[in-house]
Design a binder for this molecule. Structure first.
Ligand code: IPM
Ligand code: MG
Length: 360
């Protein structure tokens, strides 16, 4: 029997629409192969939404997302909107979407594909075999803590404030996702904090340690974030699963991404406990190359695979996409960001077409 899913598409800005249209074609092909009927609804977010409605996340978009089975998001942001007040910036729309759907858990895998070892800036022996999952808390911490804003002091100075805060409940629920993710992988969880300086991190460490007693099969370690950043580039193979707060996860997931050669290869999943998940590439909207048909669509395509696996429980279809990425690369096809000598360079659309050829 054909299964039906309602998917919200949020192409956003910059290269977003280009990589989204390639990915939608890939999903249509996958649908035929696996008897899945995708019903796509496109909605506005980010700069595109600001231009059309003056809000980065129009309420209509949030309600379309809420009523779907999963949300595919490409990328948001661009120079054009960088100087608007914060409430009207594209990034605010993304944060409102995460908060609005209560997507507290962000999974960011960084896996090096053997075909791309030479694309990494690190030595092959350092990155070969790297397979890390960063579990980033996504709806708390310094991104959302109060008070925040730019205030005027009694002496007339401007003072910018953000607050890094976590409740035990917020830590416990992301801790569980971290431990459960590690259980399904190599059974190693590294919690990253700054407990030597920050009280919020001390609570983080205490709670993670407490929750660990429910997961005796997981080997838990703790690292301070500065050391974790160093270890990620020094000896990344020591990591299996990393669990950390919102801002540390933002920073470390970019660093982990570069181990794999290009941020243009990495997908992510943002999950809540009841709402549909949002699946998006880790990279941004790359306004400098927007419209030139050279973007790498593979992170977006792999995000669709994460959607199939984590959002729709269609692991076979997800695996098919992941295997196809590997096959396309093994045959020497590359976009510019992962190009190396002797390989065949394709643009964004051509990569999508090649990908569908390999799917069939
Ligand atoms: C990310 C991005 C976002 C973040 C920005 C665009 C708001 O860097 O998803 O990593 O900081 O979370
Ligand atoms: Mg980031």
């Amino acid at each position: 029997m054909t299964k039906q899913y309602n998917i919200t598409l949020l192409p956003g800005d910059g290269i977003g629409p280009e990589i989204m249209s390639v990915t939608v074609e890939v999903l249509k092909t996958i649908g035929k192969l696996f008897e899945i009927d995708f019903n796509f609804t496109e909605a506005l977010i980010g700069g595109a939404a600001i231009d059309a409605t003056s809000q980065p996340l129009p309420p209509e978009t949030l309600s379309i997302c809420r009523n779907s089975d999963a949300v595919l998001l490409a990328a948001i942001g661009g120079y054009k909107w960088d100087n608007l007040p914060r409430a009207q910036r594209p990034e605010t729309g993304l944060l409102q979407l995460r908060a609005g759907l209560e997507l507290f858990a962000n999974l960011r895998p960084a896996t090096i594909l053997p075909q791309l070892i030479d694309a990494s800036t690190l030595k092959p022996e350092v990155v070969e075999g790297v397979d890390i999952m960063v579990v980033r808390e996504l709806t708390g911490g310094i991104y959302f803590g109060q008070p925040k804003g730019i205030f005027t002091t009694e002496t007339g100075q401007s003072r910018g404030v953000n607050t890094m805060a976590y409740t035990d409940g917020e830590i416990d629920r992301i801790a569980k996702v971290g431990f459960e993710t590690a259980q399904k992988r190599q059974g190693k969880l590294c919690s990253v904090d700054k407990a030597n300086v920050l009280d919020v991190s001390q609570l983080w460490r205490d709670r993670i340690t407490k929750i660990a007693s429910d997961y005796p099969d997981v080997e838990l370690s703790h690292l301070y974030v500065d050391n974790a950043a160093m270890q990620l580039v020094r000896a990344p193979k020591q990591f299996d699963t990393i669990v950390t707060g919102n801002m540390f996860g933002d920073i470390l997931s970019d660093a982990a991404a570069m181990l794999t050669g290009s941020i243009g290869m990495l997908p992510s999943a943002s999950l809540g406990s009841s709402s549909p998940g949002v699946f998006e590439p880790v990279h941004g909207s790359a306004p400098d190359i927007a419209g030139s048909d050279i973007a790498n669509p593979l992170a977006m395509i792999l995000s669709a695979a994460m959607m199939l696996r984590y959002g729709l429980n269609e692991p076979a279809a997800a695996e098919k996409i992941e295997k196809t990425v590997s096959n396309v690369l093994s045959d020497g096809y590359r976009t510019g960001d992962i190009m190396s000598s002797g390989m065949k360079q394709l643009g964004c659309r051509a990569m999508g077409e090649k990908f569908r050829e390999f799917l069939n």
